[in-house]
Design a protein around this ligand. Structure first.
Ligand code: MRU
Length: 377
């Protein structure tokens, strides 16, 4: 997507130095646009854990390039062994986004039968680049499929904008390009449809107010920032036509882990008869899991709740304390929306019901461990 007229992806190889990967430090947005180099698997681990990069798709793409950096760093006599160790290390950076483990496993599968170090390194780079390219292309396709939902609503209210509510940031900053939840919005805008987006601020890390608002602003999409608690009120007053959110991990039965607070939006949407869709590339499906309650939910430091960072009047980014010094804070960062509250999943292959039979039918070729399948319905 464009930043002040220049096209950016969220991760790329340095043009004249193939041993360095570059990313945008998302902790500094929207106040500063800072590009950071990653030169080692340790840099990559820190970038994922400390959320310089975040969002399921981008975490996966970053892990892919991290495995390539591991291949460059490793002692040639134990290259594969060291890549396996790097994979386990990277997987431990954050637990919930499925794309992280998926990308590491894909990188290892690509090299496991190879012997020559030069071939392992070349294949690692080609596979990391393929993961990134595929992520961008899948998000573009999600946009094309999801656009039809917005078009259908636009036809019912000529002259009025389609009001879409989104939670967190499932935009291009959470992927390599386009985003998942935002891709249909960009595609609808490009098709001449008048769209307006309600952006949940998404406490405590504020992915909505800091990142989604920044992204939509750069793309000149009409949007309004709201508090996380405002969505139900807007829905009761007919001000939301459609909810589209992303996902960090979706079970093969269609239960959706996404940023904390998503479940409450799904409940409010169901109570108000508003369609609730989840946009995700197939790399976010966890084919081994059926029940969303089995998804590991990340718990981050309580400091993310008791303090807040922002731009001070003197132009520096400062953190200030919100809660009493001694307070105990529990920072659960994802929740699970059961499939029964999801009207449909928007994927690169089309829109489908959030049901095991439909998911398995559309993605049979992606499900490697067929022994674990037990299709219901
Ligand atoms: O904690 P984050 O920022 O890595 O969480 C990811 C998210 O931004 C959301 O949950 C998003 O809706 C899905 S990720 C594509």
């Amino acid at each position: 997507m464009k930043v002040d007229g220049t096209h950016y992806r969220t991760i790329w190889l340095t043009a004249d130095d193939p041993s360095t990967v570059e990313i945008i430090d998302q902790r500094q947005l929207p106040h500063r646009f800072v590009v950071e180099p990653l030169r080692s698997v340790e840099d990559t681990f820190t970038a994922i854990k400390d959320m310089l990069v975040r969002g399921a798709g981008l975490i996966g793409a970053t892990a892919g390039y991290g495995m390539y950096l591991a291949a460059l760093q490793a002692d040639e006599s134990r290259l594969l062994e060291e890549m396996v160790r790097a994979g386990a290390y990277l997987k431990s950076a954050r637990p919930t986004a499925r794309n992280l483990g998926w990308a590491v496993d894909r990188m290892l599968a690509a090299v496991v039968e190879l012997e020559a170090p030069a071939t392992i390194r070349e294949t690692s780079l080609a596979t990391a680049a393929a993961i990134a390219d595929e992520d961008a292309e899948f998000c573009r396709l999600i946009g094309e499929h999801g656009k039809t939902l917005i078009q259908d609503i636009a036809r019912t209210k000529p002259g009025d904008p389609v009001n879409i509510l989104t939670h967190c940031n499932a935009g291009w900053l959470a992927f390599v390009d386009y985003g998942s939840a935002t891709a249909p919005i960009y595609a609808a805008r490009d098709a001449g449809i008048d769209v307006h987006v309600w952006v949940d601020e998404t406490r405590p890390w504020n992915q909505g107010s800091r990142l989604t608002c920044w992204e939509l602003g750069k793309e000149a999409i009409n949007h309004t920032l709201i508090t996380d608690n405002a969505g139900g009120h807007l829905m009761q007053h007919g001000l939301v036509d459609l909810v589209i959110v992303g996902s960090d991990r979706t079970t093969r039965a269609g239960d959706v882990a996404n940023k904390i607070g998503t479940y409450l939006k799904a409940l409010a949407a169901r109570d108000n008869d508003i369609p609730f869709y989840v946009a995700l590339p197939s790399s976010t499906f966890d084919w081994q899991l059926v029940h969303g309650t089995d998804i590991e939910i990340e718990i981050r430091s309580g400091d993310e709740i008791t303090t807040i960072a922002g731009l001070a009047k003197n132009g520096t980014i400062e953190s200030v304390r919100l809660a009493p010094d001694s307070v105990e804070a529990a920072n659960y960062v994802f929740d699970v929306t059961p499939s029964r509250l999801v009207n449909g999943l928007i994927t690169e292959r089309g829109i489908l019901a959030a049901e095991e039979a439909a998911i398995v039918e559309l993605f049979t070729d992606k499900i490697t461990d067929t022994r674990s399948l037990h299709v219901t319905g």
